[in-house]
Ligand binder design. Sequence first.
Ligand SMILES: [Zn+2]
Length: 428
Amino acid sequence: MIENLYRAIEDRTEELVALTSDLIRFPTVNPPGEAYTPCAEFIARRLSAGGFQTLFMRGEGTPGDSDRYPRTNVVARKEGRGPGPTVHFNSHIDVVEAGEGWTMDPYAGLVRDGKVYGRGACDMKGGLAASIIAAEAYIAVNPGFSGAIEISGTVDEESGGYGGVAYLASKGLFSKPRVDHVIIPEPLNKDRICLGHRGVWWAEIETHGSIAHGAMPFLGDSAIRHMGAVLHAFEKELYPALDRKQTQMPVVPEGARRSTMNINSVHGGQTEDFFPGLPSPNVADSCRLVVDRRFLIEEDIAEVKGEIVAILEGLKKKRPRFDYAIRDLMEVLPTMTDRDAPVPEALAGAIRQVFGREPDYVISPGTYDQKHVARLGHLHDCVAYGPGILDLAHRPDEWVGIDDMVESAKVMAIGIGALLNGAARPAT
Ligand SMILES: [Zn+2]
C-alpha cells in the first residue's frame, strides 16, 4: 500500500515541479500584497479539477486590504466517502520582496540542477505544491477514504497573518468540528517537525524631557540622555538576566534557546529631514525606543513586561526628572504542541518510514501562522512541517530541492493516512 503511495508521488514529480514554478510566477509580494487574487484563483482551479470544493474569503478591513490589494484567501475541501476527521494543510501564498543580489529572474520559476529557484521557492510555495501533490496522490490511491482533506492558501503571513490565517480562524475555519489536524508546510527541513515558536512582545518606551536652547542645555532636560540611562540599565541588568534564561524548548538555531531582546529603533531629537537647511539646536523633549522581546514557554508575559517596568521604575527613583511611558505594540504567546499529539505523532511515523530515522523536533525562534490557529482557532494539534532549508528563506537565489519536495510529499501523504485512519493517538 505504501509502495503505491510512493509511486503515485514519484509519478507526479514533473507535475510537482511545474506546480512550484507556476506558483512562483505569481509575484505575490507583501507588502503591498500583489497578485493575491490570481494566485488564489490558480490554486482553486487546480484543486477543483480534483474534486475539491473551493471557497474564497477576503480578509475584509484587515491591515493592507483594499480594492487594489484585496487580501484574497482560498480554502479547498475534499470530502471523503464517510465521516471522519479533517486534515488541513495551510500555506501562505505571500512572499517578501526579492531584494538585491539575484542572478536570475526571481519570478521565473527556473528549474536547474534538481532545484526550483525563485522568490518563495522554499518559503513556501514548494511546501504548498508538495502538500497539493501529497493530497492528490493520497486521494488517487485511496479513493474511498473517510474524513476530509483541506488545503488553504492564505495571505499576509510575512506581515503577521492578520488578513490570512487570523481572519479565517476568527471565522471558525481553524476550529473543531470543521478541522481537527493542521500542518503548515513552512521550510523547516524534510526530516524535522516544528512544534511551535517562542513568544513575542513589542513595546515602545518613551522618555520625556523638556525643550531648551542647545547652547544652554542645562535649562532643559534631555530625553535622549534619559534614554541613554535606560540603555545602560538594559546592558547592565536586563541582558545578563535574559542570557541566564535558558529554555527546554528545542529552538533552532541554538543561540535562540534563551530569552532575547532586539532594540528595533531609537527615535529622538530633531528630525533630520531638514535638507537643504540645518536643524535648529534643541534639547530633545522626547525619545522613543522600540523593543522586540522574544520569550520562552517557561516565562509569563506579565513577568516579561514586569522586568522592564521594574528597571524603568528603578530609574525613576534614582534619576532626577526621569519620566517615561510604555506602550504595547504587539504580543504573541509562545506555543508548543505536545510531541505525542496526533499530528506530530503521525508525521514522526511517516519520517521514520521515509527516511529510516527519528525526526528532529524543533521550535522556531520567530512566530508564524500557528499562533492564530492556537489563539483564535483553539486548535492545538498543529505543527509546521515542510521541505526547504529555512536559511534560504528571504535570501537572493532562493531555491527548493526537487528530491526534498518529493520526499516530504511522501511524509505528508503517509501522515494524511495515519490521521484519517486514527492511527495516531487521539487528541486529549
Ligand atoms: Zn513562511
